[in-house]
Design a binder for this molecule. Sequence first.
Ligand code: ADP
Ligand code: MG
Ligand code: MG
Length: 250
Amino acid sequence: KLLLEVKDLTAVIAESQLPILKGVNLVIYEGEVHAVMGKNGSGKSTFSKVLVGHPDYEVTGGSVVFKGENLLDMDPEERSLAGLFMSFQSPIAIPGVSNIDFLNMAYNARRKKLGLPELGPLEFYDFISRRLKIVKMDTNFLNRNVNEGFSGGERKRNEILQLAVLGADLAILDEIDSGLDVDALQDVAEAVNGLLTPKNSVLMITHYQRLLDYIKPSYVHIMEDGKIVKTGDSSLAQQLEKEGYKGISA
Ligand code: ADP
Ligand code: MG
Ligand code: MG
């Protein structure tokens, strides 16, 4: 079933009106894992931020349909409630708010939207303890403040925990591999793999092929100057690893 359809999407930086996305086309079906690769500055993060409705960018053309609805009509919170999840490259710390309170709040907002009763602290603790096992995190993680004093690896894992709790039809993971050593990368990848079902999809943004050794993409896309210039299977990522971006001719 069709999940996301991006057609000729163009976007500018709101402040300067500088064009960044220059006609992106991408189709994602349920159960697929897509990787968007590309050189630094090619527009990968901008693309993911435009999808979640980041206010730094303005869409100037094209369309995005998510689960049959016009995504561009929704504000960021509506997009999240509709089942779109994004992990940010530099997640912010929220002083004074514990991880578990934050997750409980976000989870209840989701349940309310679905017409389900909210979970109280004890029920939520039960639920999240089970989710923690999937991402192999310790329960003491829950009492820490959101992202405060987290190591790079902990922060990435925490993003995956957020995904595990909230669930998503489409999870956008922007450089979850950046700054991770091989062990941490394997853990994070294993957690993502544990969350994959035939119903949900992942859009992974990455500069390096390494991540794709652990999370197998159905499709690999190369982004260049604000456009997807090439699409292939995972062998495209391997070709990239060998020949570099120069070896990929559009
Ligand atoms: P990537 O994630 O592929 O490295 P980005 O989407 O982060 O690329 O950036 C694409 C281009 O847009 C870069 O030249 C970057 O400097 C510019 N850019 C993106 N966002 C902003 C912004 N908010 N303000 C100014 N320039 C930006
Ligand atoms: Mg970058
Ligand atoms: Mg980026």
